[in-house]
Design a protein around this ligand. Sequence first.
Ligand code: 4NP
Length: 165
Amino acid sequence: MSHPLKPIRVLMVCLGNICRSPLAEGVLKQVATQHGFQDRVEVDSAGTADYHVDDLPDRRSRQVASMHGFELDHVGRQFKRHDFERFDWILVMDDSNYRDVISLAKSESERSKVHLITEFDPTKKYGKIVPDPYYGDLDDFIEVYRQLECCCEQFIRKVLSQADR
Ligand code: 4NP
């Protein structure tokens, strides 16, 4: 008898959990759906800071999402230690997010879950981090979307197709 594959649990992390990580959550869900993997991946997002707990995503992230046919309904929350147990992959946007999350890890197994999302960008044309667009304009959010789409496409290809083998 075949057993259903356990979904891969992915947490997107940025600083405020209103601009980059909720958009990354939405992009990964959309890309997974486009590849028929919507039941194989569970996606959430969190911020290292608590400035925007309970807030909806920034209106510019929501605008970019709706330009691409999906809605962002995430409610802001702060990254907590228990997230190391709840997720298989913790994908951070920049070096400062990386340091903040790693500083909470207590074992090699927890540390090994934390990756810069840009590790998955096969084009490498966007640089080593996903830049914070908070003080920028809509064009900066559109650029973040394009970068996240490249990273999420490759993540689905590498991680989910490997898990199938
Ligand atoms: P995010 O952007 O980390 O991509 O959600 C930010 C949102 C809010 C703030 C900083 C960055 N803030 O300072 O309130």
